[in-house]
Design a protein around this ligand. Structure first.
Ligand SMILES: Cc1cc2nc3c(=O)[nH]c(=O)nc-3n(C[C@H](O)[C@H](O)[C@H](O)COP(=O)(O)OP(=O)(O)OC[C@H]3O[C@@H](n4cnc5c(N)ncnc54)[C@H](O)[C@@H]3O)c2cc1C
Length: 437
């Protein structure tokens, strides 16, 4: 396997083309090096597609994933070990040693460390380390013929055969009373909330009722803080964020058959049902409440925030007030293709219905009429409520790889295991065995 076959034309600066122009005779440009982008790169490489480049400002794979897991002190994944970016579901299990898995009911969940190790090995085996260019995609343009070009923060204009948008461009959803406070030094929103910044012996107020809020609460309590957890609903207890029946035809067939995108959008919301947390987490919170380290305020919302010396005074809708050292907001985020700047040209030149922020895509997950594929949660109207999870990333990648091979993307959902799942590595192994013999 070799580096992406890009040819760079000589630096040329004209009024019409103010940037250096990198021409690509074909190939795939993936924007975003998170798990969704990695799944696409992996499946393409597994099928011998070497001509790919990834843009991510960090220049590395999974730059958001690893810090998130550290910030929330997450010891193991919520999803089973068969969910990961490799096309063979058993790839992680096959390589996992002692202590790599945590048993939860019938499922084995990979530890955070085992998952990170697996990703490192996967990237190395498929020689994907150098595929990520440290640049942000700042513009995506379509010309009248439908050809797509992407301008990077490195001032290079790329003209690939296809683009995969894997940016997970979520905006944090912040309760109204907190919106004016998001830049206050005592307030952290979304990924900025970090248990390693727990004020020693202090008071932390966490807003949210999902698994991130739970992780943050348990992490802060373990570091000696007293926590108030404010959830607008009763905590919902579930092993997974979406019921596993959504992985099979019983739910996916009627979902796919529903012609109205707005109805499909509602089906996604109902299936995910807002935030939820697994049983073990609820038990931990109950224990902390019994020990006096946690005050659980369910069906409550924050109504006002006021600074008080170096602390914050936070009022709730039951007229109670808590004086705290820090507020962490773990109320999730939302995608919106109707405002995402990288979708502006797509919206203008190739309009498609957008339901609750999600665009209607073709079976290859392309924005209809273009060679721009969308993966991750943005592919929800086609892949259903697990589109933003690891298992959804793999399904998206398989559809795109099938399209590149000229096969029917709608038939790409079948799982393949063993050597057939990743023919390129199987061939690599065979040739090294032959050489070694
Ligand atoms: C704490 C946490 C735990 C989770 N645990 C699980 C789990 O156990 N199992 C599961 O299935 N799912 C889990 N998820 C859900 C999901 O798998 C993750 O959110 C996953 O990271 C989503 O992958 P992604 O690639 O779509 O997005 P991200 O991981 O957000 O990656 C997007 C990447 O795109 C880059 N990017 C953004 N804009 C640009 C641009 N303009 N140009 C170039 N690059 C750009 C970003 O820098 C980033 O690296 C979890 C989510 C969270 C938040």
């Amino acid at each position: 396997m070799h580096a992406p076959s890009t040819t760079t034309s000589p630096a040329r600066r004209t009024d019409a083309d103010p940037h250096r122009c990198r021409s690509r005779g074909g190939g795939t440009l993936i924007i975003g090096g998170g798990p969704a982008g990695l799944a696409v790169a992996t499946v393409l490489r597994c099928h011998g597609e070497d001509d790919l480049e990834v843009l991510d400002p960090s220049g590395v794979w999974l730059d958001r994933w690893h810090p998130r897991f550290a910030a929330q002190d997450i010891r193991h994944l919520r999803s089973p070990a068969v969910h990961h970016p490799h096309p063979d579901p058993f790839a992680l299990l096959a390589g996992s040693g002692d202590g790599a898995l945590v048993r939860a009911g019938q499922a084995n969940l990979p530890t955070t460390t085992a998952f990170a190790r697996f990703i490192t090995a996967l990237v190395a085996t498929l020689e994907l380390e150098t595929a990520v260019t440290p640049a942000r995609a700042s513009r995506l343009d379509l010309d009248p013929s439908g050809a797509v070009s992407v301008t990077g923060s490195d001032a290079i204009v790329r003209r690939p055969a296809r683009v995969v948008l894997a940016t997970n461009a979520r905006r944090a959803v912040v309760p109204a009373a907190l919106r004016a406070w998001t830049r206050h030094p005592c307030v952290a929103v979304g990924d900025a909330a970090d248990v390693r910044r727990t004020p020693p012996g202090g008071e932390v107020l966490i807003v949210g009722g999902g698994i991130s809020a739970g992780h943050l609460a348990l992490g802060a309590i373990a570091r000696g803080a007293r926590v108030t957890l404010v959830s607008r609903r009763r905590l919902v207890i579930r092993r997974y964020d979406t019921h596993p029946t959504w992985l099979g035809p019983r739910k996916l067939r009627p979902f796919a058959a529903e012609p109205d995108p707005e109805r499909r959008r509602r089906m996604i919301d109902q299936a995910r049902g807002g935030g939820s947390m697994p049983h073990w987490m609820r038990r931990g919170l109950d224990q902390a409440a019994e020990d006096g380290a946690l005050r659980l305020r369910q069906r409550r919302t924050v109504t006002a925030v006021e600074p008080r010396d170096s602390r914050l005074s936070v009022s709730l809708d039951d007229d109670t007030t808590a004086e705290v050292d820090t507020v962490w907001c773990a109320t999730g985020g939302a995608l919106d293709a109707s405002t995402d700047p990288l979708c502006a040209a797509l919206r203008q030149l190739a309009p498609t219905p957008i339901a609750g922020g999600l665009p209607e895509l073709d079976p290859a997950l392309r924005w209809p009429g273009t060679e721009v594929h969308l993966v991750g949660a943005a592919a929800g109207l086609l892949l259903g409520p697990t589109a933003g999870n690891l298992v959804g990333h793999r399904r998206a990648a398989q559809r795109i790889a099938a399209t590149v091979r000229g096969e029917d993307p709608a038939r790409a959902d079948r799982l393949t295991t063993g050597a057939g799942a990743c023919p390129a590595t199987a061939a690599q192994r065979a040739s090294s065995t032959t050489r070694g013999a």
